[in-house]
Design a binder for this molecule. Sequence first.
Ligand code: ATP
Ligand code: MG
Length: 348
Amino acid sequence: AVERSRLLDRLIDEQAAAQPERFRVLTGDRPTGPLHVGHLLASLRNRVRLQQRGVETFVVIADYQVVTDRDAVGDIGENVHGLVLDYLAAGLDPDRTTIFTHSAVPALGQLVLPFLSLVTDGELRRNPTVKDELALSGGRPLSGLLLTYPVHQAADILFCHGRVVPVGRDQLPHLELTRQLARRFNARYAGGQPVFAEPEALLSDVPLLLGTDGTKMSKSRGNTINLRDTADETADRIRAARTDGERRITYEPVRRPEVANLLRLAGLFTGESPQTVAERVGDSGAAGLKRVVTEAVNDGLAGHRARRRQLAGDPASVTAVLHEGNRRANEVAERTLATVRAVMGMAY
Ligand code: ATP
Ligand code: MG
């Protein structure tokens, strides 16, 4: 999958502008909290890049997925609103990108049913990302929703015939499942007709950004550097990041993963390689490293943050973006559902 993503990355530069329909994008986020730099680097930047080449883009805000690993949805309205602000601030254009909430598109729920028939409980239980998420959910039993959410996600990708899915590394098992479901649907229910094409994951240079505690940066883990944070909050978060006690800063991903993560993070905002950032920090130890990283992140996010503040002054326009996105997503989903029912002989 990593190899295929590299190839796809090249094809986007060579062909997407000429044949945008072959690169249609679907991706999304859970409204569990504010977006962090991992989202920007791993997924948002690629979304904007494809949009700029004229590729039609869909972004699902996966609101039902919030309760895969917790009992309540929390401040979900506020989180959804915050996601839209970050999308717009990052450069997603609502005239060209359909931004919608899962719960507003009922046909997606029905599309899940044939897909569920194409997967076994053993396959669902072996999904490594689901296992990780279960382990992190504090001793909760495995709910039916957590077990099956990769299938729901497959429906979210396939309903709009998404071909390119810009994501982080934790999503690769779900993409593999989506590809299998597309193949199995075509073979079992459509007599081999290509009703659904197999989508590809598109990874970025940061398929897995670590958080300030050295584990995957995650909205739910309190280890994030958020896009909406102030420069001072960012400095505090980076100051608290785990590093090591060596004076000389070097880029050694295996021996010094936390230091390497910070070097990569800075380099992704300044355009330097992590080695170059390390040379720049030299012998000034963890404190010097953190100063350099803080400056790189704050400078790199200044434009985003200013745009976000401005957009936040007009909440009605965020609601309008969602309503229009939901309308368009419903239209596409109804059409796909009609095709599915027709090929399955259910068009009575
Ligand atoms: P949560 O803790 O609530 O699951 P999250 O930070 O994992 O939040 P998601 O909404 O689950 O965010 O994921 C949205 C997208 O961002 C996915 O494509 C995911 O792969 C990507 N992503 C999330 N965290 C990282 C990370 N640390 N590095 C790279 N990509 C990431
Ligand atoms: Mg997640």
